[in-house]
Ligand binder design. Structure first.
Ligand code: ARG
Length: 248
């Protein structure tokens, strides 16, 4: 076979076969999104997504490799083949779905708001965020950022590279609110926000299914993932991992 023919053959091969042949599942994620992927005291990346993909690699009979990647480059990294799959709390939205395929959702979350102590009087509901003079923070390139701009066009939006920076800005009273995914805002609120007098508006105001992203045109891999989700959701594995990270 010529080199070119070999390339064409490889391109036709499902990512699934490549993973099995390689003996390693390479997962792209960005540590910093609690409790899905974060760095522990020893420097290991741990979390709900990590335990799920560990289970995935086990079911494939391969080793697991985590590739920590900045959020704004996470889809390009998948497209250029740096990893086989993104498992990083990624919201399935239609814009991203033009570029990648998503397996069926593994959890549903939504946007919530953390309010600065100084702004608690004027912001009682997420609807109060759409006012001139209100400064809202979130993380660059996320659905939190998209929701803030779309739902609160009268407010001023300020973007941060990492979610904890966006929330600290509000905790320190430099902004009025942070809009972000529910599990993460809830953890930040109980760990820091509550003591700092922040108010947590915990009723989600968007609907956000999270899913694993893979390259388009790979029905074999997608089929494997969707059946894997159904299986773990019903045989106790999902529940055990869920309870470990979200409490029972
Ligand atoms: N669900 C949000 C989104 O898809 C935030 C995900 C951030 N994930 C991360 N690992 N930092 O935009």
């Amino acid at each position: 076979m010529s080199a070119q023919a070999a390339d064409i053959e490889l391109a036709k091969t499902s990512t699934l076969e490549q993973i099995v042949q390689r003996g390693t599942l390479r997962v792209g994620l960005e540590a910093g999104y609690m409790p899905f992927e974060m760095t522990d005291k020893k420097g290991n990346i741990v979390g709900f997504d990590v335990d799920m993909v560990r289970e995935m690699a086990k079911a494939m009979g391969v080793k697991l490799e985590l590739v920590n990647t900045a959020w704004d480059g996470i889809i390009p990294g998948l497209l250029s083949g740096k990893y086989d799959i993104i498992a990083s709390g990624m919201t399935i939205n239609q814009e991203r779905n033009l570029k990648v395929n998503f397996a069926s959702p593994y959890i549903i979350v939504g946007q919530t708001a953390l309010i600065a102590k100084k702004s608690a009087d004027k912001i009682k509901s997420w609807k109060d965020l759409n006012q001139p003079g209100i400064v809202i923070t979130s993380k660059l390139g996320t659905t939190g950022e998209q929701a803030a701009k779309r739902l609160f066009p009268k407010a001023t939006y300020k973007s941060f590279e990492m979610e904890d920076q966006a929330m600290l800005e509000t905790m320190n009273g430099k902004s009025d609110a942070t809009v972000y995914d529910l599990p993460m805002t809830s953890i930040f609120y109980s760990q820091h926000g509550k003591d700092a007098g922040m108010v947590f508006l915990d009723e989600p105001f968007t609907y956000e299914p999270l899913g694993w992203a893979i390259n388009k045109g790979d029905p074999d891999f997608l089929n494997w993932l969707n059946n894997f989700i159904v299986q773990i959701k019903n045989d106790g594995r999902y529940e055990r991992i869920y309870n470990k990270w979200f409490g029972s």
